[in-house]
Write a protein that binds this ligand. Structure first.
Ligand code: GTP
Ligand code: MG
Length: 479
């Protein structure tokens, strides 16, 4: 049984890696407009191949999220306080040699501290992740990473401290909601003061739709007597089931982060077991070594699916932008064809089309007038000469009469010829202008049609990949 299930996990893992790889290649074809989706998917694919799971501590402000992480890490590293504090998510990853790296939006160079001293690390972190020093992230911090040596981090777990929700600092709630898509599993922190609020419940519902595995934690149990603890636990479990609608896989872990940290720092095993931190920690570590791959196999397709849904929407918007003008263009083209037909019938054309040819026509007219002038002079000279020589007379009256007789016939003939010349010429240049316009429009239409087909093919391919990812999501076991 165990062997079969292991084999199945390996096959799923191979198939999922292949699917993600193919998807990245597909997005590569889409160009720089879709770079954001590519980088998100690449980050997910990379995390999957490295087996890194994102385990975030989530909850209302002041429930003791940063304190619990300190207790798990065994040192007071993350800043904690009685007022709303954490304003930027902090990623905690494994490294034998501790250091902190802060990156900023834009081109600003990052800030790094290499130190083994917990106090120094805490002071450095305070400058960037605390509401007091960096309110509403005015320092434009993009990411904070703490590299540390702790048992839990060695299992490929990336712990994440998040800003608390529901405080008067709305941006902290927003920062955490925006962060949810990056979260594979969560430690959902509550405490007894008060047990669970409306805001917390709404937040929990959102977390449950996004995150595949939730560990429910009741912190600050040092405030409670054993009877009170029992009562609070029963109350919270009921609310989770009845009000949040979560039925499966619920376990509530009571803990005192405060006592846990104290116990670890003073190596007091009695206090440690009293804090119940050891139980929680063992459980998370055991769970991660047994089920990490399964959580990732459920979480990664889900996150990729969400990215593809956003990407598909973007592609559909671009498609709409192309098809709308195409319809308009087809209509315009039809109108244009009609206009050409009318123009052909009338053999007269709009001033617009001829605007470019006007200068050439004027030159042609000048040329034709000069020809006519010369031709007229020669003809009239020949009429006068024939009077002089043939009739052998220099009778001025006779010459004038001969010229008067010849002039109307000559001009009638020449003007007729000239008018035919201009008619043919105008038709030729207009046809040329129309042909160029038609050609231009048709090239554009076929370019747009090409883009539309390309986008339609991309959307169809995306839909196929989404079906594939949906089958991974369906096949993933309840964890
Ligand atoms: N008595 C008691 N106090 C605790 C415990 N855990 C945390 N606290 C106190 O609760 C207060 C809030 O702790 P934080 O760790 O800063 O809480 P947080 O959830 O990170 O707060 P935000 O970052 O503002 O959301 C601090 O004063 C802690 O000392 C606990 O187990 N017992
Ligand atoms: Mg905090």
């Amino acid at each position: 049984m165990g062997g079969n299930s292991e084999k199945q996990t390996t096959t799923t893992s191979h198939n999922l890696t292949q699917t993600l790889y193919k998807l990245l290649k597909l997005i590569d074809q889409m160009g720089s407009d879709y770079e954001l989706y590519r980088s998100k998917l690449e980050e997910i694919a990379q995390r999957y191949s490295q087996g890194k799971i994102h385990l975030a501590v989530l909850g209302q402000f002041k429930r003791g999220k940063s304190s619990l992480l300190n207790a798990l890490l065994g040192e007071k590293l993350l800043p904690t306080a009685v007022i709303p504090l954490t304003s930027v998510p902090t990623y905690i990853r494994y490294s034998e040699h501790p250091y902190v790296h802060v990156s900023f939006e834009g081109n600003k160079a990052g800030d790094t501290l290499s130190s083994k001293d917990p106090q120094e690390i805490q002071q450095f972190l305070s400058m960037y992740v605390s509401e007091e020093a960096n309110p509403n992230n005015t320092l434009h911090v993009e990411g904070v990473e703490l590299y540390y040596d702790a048992e839990i981090l060695k299992k490929g777990v990336v712990l994440i401290d998040t800003p608390g929700i529901g405080s008067t600092h709305r941006h902290n709630t927003e920062a955490t909601l925006n962060f949810l898509p990056q979260c594979d599993a969560a430690l959902f922190l509550m405490s007894a003061d008060p047990p669970i609020t409306e805001v917390e419940l709404e937040f929990l519902k959102q977390v449950a739709t996004r995150v595949n595995k939730i560990f429910f934690i009741l912190n600050k149990i040092d405030y409670l007597s054993p009877e009170e603890l029992e009562e609070v636990q029963r109350f919270i479990m009921r609310v989770i089931r009845e009000k949040a609608g979560i039925q499966e896989g619920i376990a509530l872990y009571p803990v005192s982060a405060k006592l846990g940290l104290e116990a670890k720092c003073s190596h007091d095993t009695t206090l440690l077991s009293q804090s119940r931190l050891d139980y929680l920690e063992d459980h998370i570590i055991r769970f991660m070594s047994q089920k990490k791959e399964k959580i990732l196999q459920a979480s990664i397709p889900r996150k990729s699916f969400d990215i593809l849904t956003d990407l598909e929407m973007q592609l559909r918007l671009s498609l709409k932008a192309y098809t709308m003008p195409q319809e308009e263009l087809q209509q315009k083209l039809m109108l244009f064809d009609e206009t050409i037909q009318q123009a052909e019938q009338q053999k007269t054309f709009s001033g617009d089309i001829l605007a470019g040819e006007r200068k050439r026509l004027l030159e042609l007219l000048e040329e034709q007038s000069e020809n006519l002038r010369q031709k007229g002079r020669h003809y009239l000279e020949s009429v006068a000469n024939s009077c002089l020589y043939e009739k052998n007379t220099i009778d001025e009256n006779a010459i004038t009469q001969a010229l008067a007789l010849a002039i109307p016939g000559f001009f009638e003939h020449e003007l007729g010829q000239m008018s035919r010349f201009f008619d043919t010429h105008i038709i030729t240049i207009t046809r040329k202008a129309i042909d160029v316009a038609i050609q231009k429009k048709q090239t554009y239409v076929s370019e747009v049609a090409g883009q539309v087909t390309h986008l339609e093919q991309l959307i169809a391919a995306l839909e196929e990949h989404k079906k594939h990812l949906a089958s991974f999501i369906r096949d993933s076991e309840t964890i």
